[in-house]
Every structure is written in structure tokens, then in C-alpha cells.
Design a protein around this ligand. Structure first.
Ligand SMILES: CC(=O)N[C@H]1[C@@H](OP(=O)(O)OP(=O)(O)OC[C@H]2O[C@@H](n3ccc(=O)[nH]c3=O)[C@H](O)[C@@H]2O)O[C@H](CO)[C@@H](O)[C@@H]1O[C@H](C)C(=O)N[C@@H](C)C(=O)N[C@H](CCC(=O)O)C(=O)O
Ligand SMILES: Nc1ncnc2c1ncn2[C@@H]1O[C@H](COP(=O)(O)OP(=O)(O)OP(=O)(O)O)[C@@H](O)[C@H]1O
Ligand SMILES: N[C@H](CCC[C@H](N)C(=O)O)C(=O)O
Ligand SMILES: [Mg+2]
Length: 485
């Protein structure tokens, strides 16, 4: 690629560009610079890439792209100042690591992204397509499997991955668009075919200064990344649905609402059973009966969003709704890990924010004839404001609460627990998560349901800066085993 190609990508003015300068790669991390690369110096949350420009030059960088006001030290390679260097990085990574699979769809929202990405992949696969999903739980595809990473990978990693998937024959990709990812332009180079919105609640208040800022980041998917006439699938029954719909209409997108208030897919009726739900939906003048093999009201919402995405990108409605009958839940999302000898149900769930905790507790109540128990904590080095709200949710919606540690990271675990305990004074406090799970499991009686919330698919616990192997699934199964005679 030549530096003057940036002009074609509409990210720089011709006069700024050293003509004819060729480069082979791009990176925003000086530690990854290879000879002949362009280094993009980004101002981050911890440090400023400009500080590492000299390291990048030593490592063989041929030019540095940076923000308009970056304080660059003395370097001899050309410096190109840009209004939006993060976007430049994404567009360059896309150009360098082409091609992308033909159909890439992205889903944003506070909760449900991982589930929708996984469900959409499953619907595509059911329709006979070679499909992948990319998100919090990693990459799933017929050719490439990667466990867990960022929800939205950084652009260089993302475009290398999309290229590898395309080369392996994957044609359809469903990916998560996190607010960090959207804000940091990680998706700006992705050629999207459609976008989706699930809901908006409290999250990442450590990163976004206000809810408006958080919403604006999410809405970039619709007002900036998708183009006129492209489908925007919007869950219609959330408080913020109207805002997502308005932004999409304003951008000239083809708005397709789904849910009880949905016009594209209208949810007419749901019957909840213990491990499945039967929904009646209307789409394109037809009515379909869907037996969803998953518990939880919110999974209906996620399933409809994924059907909306699949139908909007070429899957027949009948095929999409038939596919929903075979869905497997995303790992660690209202995941039934076992049943105690007296018949109580034990679920692992990834609710680590107030709305998710509320939804998951509400959704097990209809099939719980006994008590609803919950074991949860809150992550350290993350928005402390959510802790008392999660305590309040648990106090209101669970009959038995054990407050334990999540990933305290660098914080004092006791202080995190104390902040939750303030609003749920009736709770038991057991810091050791293994012990908390055991205690909760052995107190279960017939008809009870236990939710072990917060860590879902995670396989480690980080405390005092050290990560040790820890799996809620393994702990729950071991605790159930101990009850067997
Ligand atoms: C807060 C945040 O989003 N941080 C991400 C961001 O880092 P940053 O831009 O703030 O970087 P920084 O550490 O301040 O450094 C600034 C720049 O200097 C560069 N640098 C730094 C040191 C050096 O020696 N040389 C060098 O060039 C860095 O590469 C960077 O470009 O960009 C990095 C590269 O893409 C990410 O790895 C990093 O993710 C960190 C690890 C992280 O924990 N991110 C989480 C919060 C995140 O992104 N989460 C979302 C949402 C999760 C969800 O709700 O599902 C996600 O999409 O996963
Ligand atoms: N549509 C939904 N509405 C409300 N809560 C939901 C919804 N879908 C999932 N949840 C809850 O949120 C948790 C996380 O779900 P999921 O991983 O699909 O969302 P996510 O948006 O990817 O979250 P994260 O940003 O943490 O990766 C689930 O375990 C469940 O408790
Ligand atoms: N992507 C989220 C995951 C949180 C998971 C929870 N178990 C925690 O550690 O807080 C974050 O990094 O904030
Ligand atoms: Mg996710």
C-alpha cells in the first residue's frame, strides 16, 4: 500500500502525504512494528502512542500517523497529522488485510450481543452457509475457533481474522459491536451488510462520561457505519428502541423492528415452560410457531433479533424460524449446568450489570415453584456505581442472596462486597466464590432455582492482579456431585 492511498480512503489531504512512500503493514503498537510498517500513534486511556514513535522508528517504521495535536518527539521519518487517526488505522487495516467475508452483520446493545451473534451464526449455518461469530466468547466457525478475547477486537486483529475466515470459505459473519469498539473506530473498516440493536442499560460508566455519550457510541453503528438503505434490525420493546430507530431513520436506513411492538417480526404470544418457550410470530404476512429450546424471556428477544438479521441478509423467513428451534445458548448465558438430587436447577449466567441481573432473575421466576437464589459479585476496576444497584436488584428479585467476589482485579474485594451489601443487607457474604457456590447449592430445595451470575464463560478469576483458573461451571458441578449419596 502507498501512503497516498490514504487520500483515496478519504482520510488525508494530498498535500500532507509523502508521495510514493510504500508500506507493508500498519500497527498502533510500537512493540509490534515490523520493518516497512506505518505506526499509528494513538492517544489512549493509559498512555499516548506518540511517546513510542521513536521506538517505532527504531523498529523500522517508515512513517507515523497521529492526531492533530499529538506531541511527537524527535523522529526523522515523515509524520502525518490526521483528525481521526483511529479511523485511519481501521481503514488501512481493512485495505491491507482484504478480503472480508461477503456478508458481515454487527449487533450492538448493552445486553444480548454475544447471544445474538451466536444465534445469527447458528441460523446462517442452519441455512447451509459457512458462518462465523466473533465476540466476547471468541470466534466460532467451521474453520477457526478462538476462545474469548475483546468483544470487538482491535482493527488490525479484526481484519486479519476476517481475511482468514474469508480465505477458509466463510461467507457469513455475525459480530458484536461493543461501545468501546464503536467509539474507538475498531469496526470502521468493516463492510457491513446489516446492523442490529438489542437494548440500552447501565454499563461501562467507567469509560463513558455520561449515558448520552454511551448511547452516542452505540448509535455510531447506525448513523455512521451503515449506509443508506441498509437494514437496521431494532428490538422494539426497550426504553431506548425509539432512539435507535430515530437515528437509523435519520441515516436513511431500512428500519426493521422486532418484538412485541415489532413491525418486521411481531411477537404475538409466548408460553414459557421450564426449559423451552413457544412463541407465535408474524413476519411478511405469515404466522410462525417457534419452539425455542431455551429458558428466559430475553432469549426470545435475542432470537428474534438474530432471525431479523438473517432474514434481512438473504435467509428465507421459514428457514430462519425453523433454525430457532435448534438454537444452543451461548456458553455461560442462562446455561443450565445441572440439577441437584432433589430437583433444583442450577444455572450459570453472565449478568454482570444491573439490567442483565434483573432480566435473568425475572426470567426464572415463572418456572420456579420454590425459591430463587443468586450468587454474585461485581468486577473491580469497573464502574463502582453499578454495585449498589445490583444489590438492590438482587434484594428485590431473589429470595436468597449470597454476595461473593467476581474479578476484584486490583481492588480490595471486601470494599466491593461492602458496596453491594449496603443495598441487600439480608444477604450472606462469602468472599470465596467456590465456598459461596457450595453454600448456595447445598441449601437448594425441591423447586428452587439458583443463578450463579457474573462470570458466565470465564475460566479465570483475577484478584490482587493475579489470574487463577476458576470456572463457575466446574464449581457448580462439583458442588452438585457432593450432594449425591
Ligand atoms: C479502555 C480500552 O478500551 N482500552 C483498549 C485500547 O487501549 P488504549 O487505546 O486505551 O491504549 P493505551 O494502553 O492507553 O495505549 C495507547 C496507545 O499506545 C500504544 N503503545 C503502548 C505501549 C507501548 O509500549 N507502545 C505503544 O505503541 C498502544 O498500543 C495504544 O495504541 O485499545 C487497545 C488496542 O485495541 C485495547 O487492547 C485496549 O483494551 C483493553 C485491554 C481493555 O480492557 N478493553 C476493554 C475495556 C474493552 O475494550 N472492552 C470492550 C467491551 C466489553 C463488553 O462489554 O463486552 C470490548 O470490546 O471488549
Ligand atoms: N436481550 C437481553 N436483555 C436483557 N438481558 C439480557 C439479554 N440477553 C442477555 N441478557 C443478560 O445479559 C447477560 C449477557 O448476555 P450476552 O453475553 O449475550 O450479552 P453481551 O451484550 O454480549 O454482554 P457483554 O457486553 O457483557 O459481553 C446474559 O447472561 C443475561 O443475563
Ligand atoms: N467485558 C466486561 C466483562 C465483565 C465481566 C465480569 N465478570 C467482571 O469481571 O467484571 C468488562 O470487562 O467489564
Ligand atoms: Mg458480549
Amino acid at each position: 500500500m502507498r501512503l497516498q492511498d490514504l487520500e483515496e480512503l478519504a482520510i488525508a489531504n494530498a498535500y500532507q502525504l509523502p508521495r510514493g512512500l510504500e508500506f507493508c503493514g500498519v500497527t498502533a503498537d510500537s512493540r509490534n512494528v515490523a520493518k516497512g510498517d506505518v505506526f499509528v500513534a494513538l492517544a489512549g486511556s493509559k498512555t499516548d502512542g506518540a511517546r513510542y514513535a521513536a521506538d517505532a522508528e527504531t523498529a523500522g517504521a517508515v512513517a507515523v500517523l497521529c492526531g492533530e495535536n499529538a506531541e511527537m518527539g524527535t523522529i526523522t521519518i515523515p509524520i502525518v497529522r490526521l483528525r481521526d487517526p483511529r479511523r485511519a488505522l481501521a481503514l488501512m487495516a481493512a485495505r491491507l488485510h482484504a478480503p472480508q467475508p461477503d456478508t458481515v452483520v454487527a449487533v450492538t446493545g448493552t445486553a444480548g450481543k454475544t447471544s445474538v451473534a451466536s444465534f445469527t451464526r447458528q441460523v446462517y449455518a442452519h441455512a447451509g452457509m459457512d458462518a462465523a461469530s466473533i465476540g466476547t466468547t471468541g470466534v466460532a466457525s467451521p474453520s477457526i475457533t478462538i476462545e474469548g478475547s475483546l468483544t470487538t477486537p482491535d482493527p488490525v486483529v479484526l481484519h486479519q481474522l476476517l481475511r482468514d475466515l474469508a480465505s477458509a470459505g466463510t461467507t457469513h459473519v455475525a459480530m458484536e459491536a461493543s461501545s468501546h469498539g464503536l467509539d474507538q473506530r475498531r469496526l470502521d473498516g468493516v463492510k457491513l451488510a446489516a446492523g442490529a440493536f438489542t437494548n440500552l442499560g447501565r454499563d461501562h460508566m467507567d469509560y463513558h462520561p455520561t449515558v448520552d455519550d454511551y448511547l452516542a457510541a452505540k448509535l455510531r453503528l447506525f448513523d455512521t457505519l451503515l449506509g443508506k438503505g441498509q437494514p437496521a434490525v431494532i428490538f422494539a420493546d426497550d426504553t431506548f428502541s425509539a432512539a435507535a430507530e430515530a437515528a437509523s431513520r435519520e441515516a436513511g436506513l431500512d428500519v426493521r423492528t422486532v418484538g412485541r411492538k415489532g413491525a418486521f417480526i411481531a411477537l404475538k404470544r409466548v408460553e414459557h415452560e421450564r426449559h423451552r418457550q413457544i412463541a407465535e410470530v408474524a413476519c411478511g404476512g405469515e404466522t410462525y410457531r417457534v419452539e425455542l429450546p431455551l429458558a428466559g424471556d430475553f432469549q426470545i428477544a435475542n432470537a428474534l433479533v438474530s432471525a431479523g438479521l438473517a432474514i434481512s441478509t438473504g435467509v428465507e423467513a421459514e428457514t430462519a424460524f425453523a433454525a430457532l428451534e435448534h438454537l444452543k445458548g451461548a456458553p455461560g448465558r442462562l446455561d443450565l449446568v445441572g440439577q441437584t438430587p432433589n430437583g433444583a436447577l442450577v444455572y450459570v449466567d453472565y449478568a454482570h450489570k444491573p439490567d442483565a441481573l434483573e432480566q435473568v432473575l425475572l426470567s426464572v421466576r415463572p418456572f420456579t415453584t420454590g425459591k430463587v437464589s443468586v450468587v454474585f459479585g461485581a468486577g473491580g476496576d469497573r464502574d463502582p456505581g453499578k454495585r449498589p444497584i445490583m444489590g438492590e436488584v438482587a434484594a428485590r428479585l431473589a429470595d436468597r442472596v449470597i454476595v461473593t467476589d467476581d474479578n476484584p482485579r486490583s481492588e480490595d474485594p471486601e470494599c466491593i462486597r461492602a458496596a453491594i451489601m449496603k443495598t441487600v443487607p439480608g444477604a450472606a457474604e462469602i468472599g470465596d466464590r467456590r465456598e459461596a457456590i457450595r453454600e448456595a447449592v447445598c441449601r437448594l430445595e425441591r423447586g428452587d432455582t439458583l443463578i450463579i451470575a457474573g462470570k458466565g464463560h470465564e475460566t479465570g478469576q483475577t484478584a490482587h492482579g493475579v489470574t487463577r483458573h476458576f470456572s463457575d461451571h466446574e464449581e457448580a458441578r462439583a458442588a452438585i456431585e457432593e450432594l449425591r449419596p
